[in-house]
Design a protein around this ligand. Structure first.
Ligand code: HEC
Ligand code: HEC
Length: 222
């Protein structure tokens, strides 16, 4: 698996250096994206290619592990796109979509993020079986809420994703990907916090978060 990743990564590097003579580092590109105003009107056109997977409303697909991106914080969306572009986060489909010669320069990333963050999130995400909600809620409040917020609302300024109302299967996969070192951009506390968890806590947290709807006052004003 690791060897395959290295091969894929070096192939991608070869391709991107052919496209851009002076590829920016992740940090430089992220800084450039954050300097842009972000036009939702331009973003709407760029979003067309995303709809096959994430849907017209950006609500993803609960059973296929495609995340809800509607109403995610603008800066979080932009960061994820930059991370996929620089192989700081791994997913062949998203790495392909976010490539510079497909999605375009920093301005395009800011525009599409502006459009997606302003979409309304459907209140019907995929959930778990409800068996471990209590243990999940308890572990979340103890270990995660300090960063992700008591209502799972996240924080665009500190680049913490909203996790409330996200599909259960997607969330659970992110937790397993983190434990199995398949999500390089996940901050280190995650692996440390998640390692002692049993299946009850892991499924319970994902289930708990999928059912949360943050109240209006904790979400960004538009
Ligand atoms: C071919 C299907 C496909 C297309 C097209 C696609 N996505 Fe994705 N997207 C995915 C999948 C699958 C994931 C989850 C990948 C992972 O586990 O890292 C994802 C993840 C994401 C994430 C991370 C979400 C999070 O919560 O961290 C963002 C942001 C995103 N996509 C935005 C976009 C945008 C913007 C476009 C269009 C420019 C797009 N996607 C096009 C399949 C797709
Ligand atoms: C120190 C702050 C901090 C703590 C504590 C923390 N997180 Fe996170 N979490 C983050 C940040 C920052 C990211 C975004 C990483 C990135 O840029 O991709 C993140 C990402 C995530 C994601 C990916 C979301 C997505 O849309 O793909 C999940 C799921 C998650 N955290 C769950 C948890 C859980 C469960 C806990 C508790 C066991 C936890 N986090 C504790 C800061 C934190």
């Amino acid at each position: 698996m690791k060897l395959k990743r290295v091969l894929v990564a070096s192939l991608a590097l070869g391709v991107s250096s052919a496209w851009a003579a002076d590829p920016m580092t992740t940090k430089e590109e992220l800084r450039e994206v954050f300097q842009q105003q972000g036009s939702a009107a331009r973003g709407a056109r760029l979003f067309e290619v995303c709809t096959t997977c994430h849907g017209r409303e950006g609500n993803g697909k609960a059973d296929d592990g495609i995340p809800v991106i509607a109403q995610q914080h603008l800066r979080v969306i932009a960061k994820q796109l930059v991370d996929y572009r620089h192989a700081e986060r791994w997913d062949l489909q998203m790495e392909n979509v976010a490539a510079r010669h497909k999605l375009g320069p920093a301005r395009d990333l800011a525009d599409v993020a502006a459009y997606v963050s302003a979409l309304q999130r459907a209140p019907t995400p995929g959930t778990g079986d409800g068996k471990h909600l209590a243990v999940g809620a308890q572990a979340y409040a103890r270990d995660c809420a300090s960063c992700h917020g008591t209502e799972g609302e996240g924080n665009g300024v500190t680049l913490v994703p909203r996790v409330a109302g996200q599909h259960y299967k997607y969330l659970l996969r992110q937790l397993h990907d983190t434990l199995e070192e398949r999500r390089p951009n996940m901050p280190p506390p995650h692996a440390q916090l998640l390692t002692p968890y049993g299946v009850d806590e892991l499924t319970g947290i994902a289930d708990h978060l999928s059912r949360l709807t943050p109240s209006r006052h904790v979400l960004p004003r538009r």
